[in-house]
Design a protein around this ligand. Structure first.
Ligand SMILES: CC(C)(COP(=O)(O)OP(=O)(O)OC[C@H]1O[C@@H](n2cnc3c(N)ncnc32)[C@H](O)[C@@H]1OP(=O)(O)O)[C@@H](O)C(=O)NCCC(=O)NCCS
Length: 188
């Protein structure tokens, strides 16, 4: 499978030693604020196994993210086909980091690398990203990497129970569209 390296990060396969910090971040109600529930240790382990199986099978997916300077595992970033049942199809980018890793630009840095891989290696015509309408931090990552949204694309996520988290937004980045450079701080 492909590993992606950025200035500060490596997007790599999952290791046994990732499972504990991965379970801890999935049990953090703040990290899971825009998901229906936190994950149990079993659910967390199963997700890592699924992600690694996808990476083994096709070479790309939800990569584990490690800080190169410290070797610390901080979460995942990557690309995955949009789940069936959504009102659109394609490949989406996604990210989930442990709280101490927020506020360093890591998600944006990792997302840029994943999206570049999608365009340059997978030759995708477009990369999508989806999140709850209320998840402004995730949408800020989307905008920082050059994605745009159209309110006409807002939708109710069929995978989310009725309630305030169901309303979701769709961001898009077309191949060839401007992608802000890594050092451009476009966040306001
Ligand atoms: C979504 C998530 C990954 C975003 O994390 P984040 O830390 O806000 O995003 P980034 O890693 O891109 O960091 C950007 C922040 O780091 C700051 N920053 C600090 N150093 C930086 C640097 N060298 N380069 C860029 N930004 C830097 C930016 O100014 C920005 O700060 P701000 O939030 O005060 O505006 C994180 O909130 C998360 O894991 N949430 C839970 C899971 C989730 O909701 N995932 C998405 C579901 S679709």
């Amino acid at each position: 499978m492909t590993e992606l390296r950025t200035d500060r990060l490596v997007l790599r396969g999952w290791r046994e030693s990732d499972l504990e910090p991965w379970a801890a971040l999935n049990a953090d109600p703040v990290v899971r604020a825009y998901f229906p529930q936190v994950l149990t240790r079993e659910q967390s382990n199963a997700s890592a196994a699924r992600f690694q199986a996808d990476l083994d099978r096709r070479g790309w997916g939800w990569w584990a993210v490690e800080v190169r300077a410290t070797g610390e595992f901080i979460g995942f970033t990557g690309l995955d086909p949009v789940e069936e049942g959504m009102p659109f199809t394609g490949v989406e980018a996604g990210w989930r980091l442990a709280r101490p890793a927020w506020g360093h630009g890591y998600a944006t840095e990792a997302a840029r690398a994943a999206v570049a891989f999608g365009f340059e290696n997978l030759r995708l015509p477009e990369v999508l990203a989806v999140t709850a309408a209320a998840n402004l931090r995730s949408q800020a990552v989307m905008r920082r990497i050059g994605m745009t949204t159209d309110p006409a694309d807002d939708f109710d996520d069929p995978g989310v129970p009725e309630g305030p988290l169901r309303r979701s937004v769709l961001y898009r980045l077309r191949a060839g569209a401007p992608r802000p450079a890594a050092d451009a701080r476009t966040d306001s």
